[in-house]
Design a binder for this molecule. Structure first.
Ligand code: URA
Length: 209
């Protein structure tokens, strides 16, 4: 799986274990997702472009690298993608932000779009699409197709948990999109949930159940 990067640092593993526990509170779940997302951002942004700037240190003048955050676009798949977005924005506060609203049809598990708003010009920007759970892969594929129509400079997908089924669907449809995840779980169950997983990421993030 050459286009899947598992960011399995011990801090991420530990925090993910806390998130999986069913008695973890909403506030802790939210904090942990933000913290892990900051760590995922380090890996997903490893090849981000830098430009050189002339700066003055207390000693001398030098050419030093700076990131142009405005070239980056973070797009959250609503609603749980907002949790990853919040963490990544701590690392790149200048990034532009987009949202794709998708819900899963309870019967077919297909993605249905209800909202789409992204920065107008994506062609010279690097885009990172965020959604915590890569489950069936249907939402991810629908969002990627939509974003690709805007011809982004590059496109990556960042999630918290993936499963083999979701990875297979996404990589078959979009082999050019690298997936960054904290872990790959065993499988998908008959209700479209990742096993062992952590339950419904949106409900746990927003305390809606
Ligand atoms: N979405 C979730 O929130 N959890 C899963 O396990 C699968 C999809």
């Amino acid at each position: 799986m050459s286009n899947v990067v598992v960011v399995d640092h011990p801090f991420i593993k530990h925090k993910l274990t806390l998130m999986r526990r069913k008695d973890t509170s909403t506030v802790n779940f939210r904090t942990l997702l933000r913290e892990i997302s900051m760590l995922l951002a380090y890996e997903a942004l490893r090849d981000v472009k830098v430009t050189m700037q002339t700066i003055e240190t207390p000693i001398t003048t030098m050419e030093a690298p700076v990131i142009d955050g405005k070239k980056l676009v973070l797009i959250a798949i609503l609603r749980a993608g907002q949790g990853i977005l919040d963490g990544m924005l701590q690392i790149v506060p200048n990034a532009r932000v987009g949202h794709v609203g998708l819900y899963r049809d309870a019967k077919t598990l297909n993605a249905v779009e209800y909202y789409y708003k992204v920065p107008a010009e994506l062609s010279d920007r690097d885009v990172i699409l965020c959604d915590p759970m890569l489950a069936t892969g249907n939402s991810a594929c629908a969002a990627i197709e939509r974003v690709k129509a805007n011809k982004p400079g590059s496109l990556k997908f960042v999630c918290l948990l993936a499963c083999p089924e979701g990875i297979a669907t996404l990589t078959a449809a979009h082999p050019d999109v690298t997936i960054y995840t904290a872990a790959i779980d065993e499988r998908l169950n008959e209700h479209g949930y990742i096993v062992p997983g952590l339950g419904d990421a949106g409900d746990r993030l927003f305390g809606t159940r």
